[in-house]
Every structure is written in C-alpha cells, then in structure tokens.
Design a protein around this ligand. Structure first.
Ligand code: SF4
Length: 371
C-alpha cells in the first residue's frame, strides 16, 4: 500500500480547483524547508503529548530526532498548547472514538484518496465530529469550508457510518503564528450542508485521474510546486503582468491612491523575487548548454593576462634580453613595447572568458501568449 496518496487531502485546495495539478509532470522535487521541518517536529511532539502525557514534552533545546529541529521555547509552547487544546476538547465530549495522525481512507471522494488527519474524534452519544488541524505557518488558514478537512470529514463519515443529516461537525484550526484575533479558528456546521462541497471534490478527483484533466489557474497556484512549468499559470501570470502596463488613473481619491500604491508595492517585491529566482534557473540551464527558447548566451573575452606566474614571465623575458620588472611585472602590451617578441607574448597569455544571457523574447512571447 502506497504511503502517499495521489490525491492528498493536504493539496485538496489545489486539485479541487485544478484537476490537472495531479498529472502535471516534471515538477522539481522540493526538499523540506526549515519551516516544514519545524512543523513536522511540532506535530510529532504534540501528538506524543496527547497520547502519552507530559512525559513526552520536549526539554528546552531538545533536538527532534527525525528532523534535527532544535525545540526552542516557541516550538515547545506550540506543541504543548496544541495538545492542551485537543485534551480540553476530548474532556468535553462523552464516549468518543478517534485518534492522532490516523490514516483515513476517503473512498467517497475517490478510492485512491486517503490521508492522515492531525486529530479527529467522534461521539455517537451527542452526534458530533471534531477535526483538528495544527498549522505552524504564518499565512492564515481558515476552518470555513476547508478542503483538506472536508476530505477527512468524508472519510470519517464513511468509516464510522454516521448519518450526515444528524451529525454536527466542528473544524478546529490551531494556528499560533497567524496574526488573527484568536489562535484557534473553529467552524461548526451540519455535516449534510457540506454534501455539495464534498461532491465537488469528488468530481475534481475523478477528473484529475481521468483521461484529460484540465488545468485551471487561480489563487491556488500560489501553493502549487508546478507553477514555474505550468502553461496555464504562466499564461495567467503574463496577463496579470500586462495589466500593470495599463495607464495609472490620475483622479484617484487619497485613500484609493494609498491602497493602490500599497498593493502595487507589495506585488513589485514579489515580482522582483520571482524574477531573481527565474533568472538564476534560466542562466544555469543556458550556460550548461541547454536550450531555453528565446534565450541564448553571449561570450566575451577580457584583456590579455599572463597565463603563468610572474617570476616565470620575468625569467623567460630575461632569456630574450628584456627586463619586464619595471614597476612590478609589465603587462603583455607593455612587454611588447619593451621589445619582447609578439609571438612569444602570444604564447604566454590568456583571456578570461565571461558569459552573458541574451534574449530574443519578442517572438517567443508572441507565439506563447497570443497565438
Ligand atoms: S500552477 Fe495552477 S494551473 Fe498550473 S497545475 Fe498548478 S494549480 Fe494548476
């Protein structure tokens, strides 16, 4: 049985909107980032505290074995607070089932869909389902109609055979680093109210694994590792960039002007960062001989420089009766003026070769975006 789902609930916000995401090929594998490793360590300790109590609370600066993350006071606090919140929720619900990081099959969305929920709990006595997600990032993740949690809900309803019209669901997102009013965002709803949303995920899942899944660009592209190679996203990006070429209206009121400037300023920083990253990738590929349409390489050669050490030049020149030691070692041009034979100089010099990226982008852009 595969350890990774081809339809991971954690990416449901992407494949739910863009079924083509699942089949997009050649996405460069992303190594874990320090932030993702921190998230793994906090999840692991949080889960261990929920299951085994405070004996599992990491010591100050303890190193998490699997990730190598040093458990700073902030990370320790996160794992403990998460465990406390879950424990508090557990205490308030009678007769429950569930678990920490348990694999859930989600066949009502697709037989190949499964995932591991941070924590889930059900009670037949009060007909409740609680789903907890711990998020250690800074960008806000909302509990409302959260696609990842809807996948888990579908799996939980299936696993325990609960009747959705009689079941109240609580999605809890604990996100201590997000600047919102409260660190826990909770959304309560009747399970049957989400039938439509779960059906949409099901349709997207079947499309994704069908014959011709479609790529749809949108805000979800931000989290997609394929955005640098996906034609749909590149075309959408190009249209966005071209909007920036529109004339700026001069009659904006003060508050619109301030807002517009703040938006453009922020977008400008993002585009600058994107350009730097893309330029590095393009240069590396072109300089290593790969063909990137619209780009090429131009070689330049610097001034002549001695190709062997100074003392060797002095000795060779002396053999021909020329003293090149005046004010240090004379340059190749000066050595020739001093009388050293041009052919001899030629055999002793080299030119530094440098390479520069060149572009012929007009034709490429026309073909890619407008035809
Ligand atoms: S970049 Fe956007 S459009 Fe392209 S595959 Fe990813 S989510 Fe879909």
């Amino acid at each position: 049985m595969s350890a990774h789902s081809i339809l991971p609930p954690s990416s449901a916000h992407i494949w739910g909107a863009c079924p083509g995401f699942v089949s997009i090929k050649d996405i460069p594998e992303q190594p874990p980032t320090p932030a993702s490793l921190e998230g793994d360590a906090v999840h692991d300790y949080g889960g261990r505290i929920i299951c085994g109590g405070l004996d599992n609370f990491p010591k100050e600066d303890e190193i998490h074995e699997e990730t190598g993350v040093v458990m700073t006071s902030e990370l320790r606090e996160m794992s403990l607070s998460y465990a406390n919140l879950v424990a508090d929720c557990v205490r308030r619900i009678p007769v429950r089932k569930g678990g920490v990081e348990k694999r859930l099959e989600i066949p009502d969305i697709h037989p190949k869909c499964f995932g591991t929920c941070d924590f889930h709990m059900i009670s037949f006595q009060v007909n409740q389902i609680h789903v907890w997600e711990l998020k250690t990032g800074y960008s806000e993740v909302s509990a409302f109609e959260n696609k990842q949690m809807l996948c888990y809900l579908s799996g939980i309803l299936h696993k325990y055979g609960m009747i959705d019209t009689e079941t109240t669901v609580f999605f809890h997102v604990y996100q201590p680093r997000c600047f919102r009013e409260k660190p826990v965002d909770t959304w309560m709803f009747r399970a049957s109210d989400m039938r439509g949303e779960i059906n949409k995920l099901k349709n997207a899942a079947y499309q994704a694994l069908g014959d011709s899944p479609q790529c749809n660009s949108g805000p979800h592209c931000k989290n997609c590792d394929g955005k640098y190679i996906c034609k749909a996203a590149i075309q959408a990006g190009a249209q966005l960039y071209e909007v920036t070429a529109d004339a700026v209206p001069l009659d904006m009121d003060d508050s619109s002007l301030g807002l517009q400037f703040a938006i453009v300023d922020r977008a400008f920083e993002h585009i600058k960062a994107l350009r730097t990253g893309l330029q590095t990738i393009v240069e590396n590929r072109v300089f290593s001989g790969k063909h990137i349409p619209g780009y090429g390489v131009e070689y330049k050669y610097g001034n002549r420089q001695w190709a062997i050490p100074d003392n060797a030049i002095i000795d060779i020149a002396a053999e021909y009766g020329v003293d090149v030691t005046k004010k240090g070692v004379s340059s190749p041009n000066q050595a020739e003026i001093l009388g050293l034979d041009k052919e001899i100089v030629k055999s002793l010099v080299a030119r530094k070769k440098s390479q520069k990226l060149t572009k012929n982008i007009q034709q490429l852009a026309k073909r890619t975006f407008y035809e």
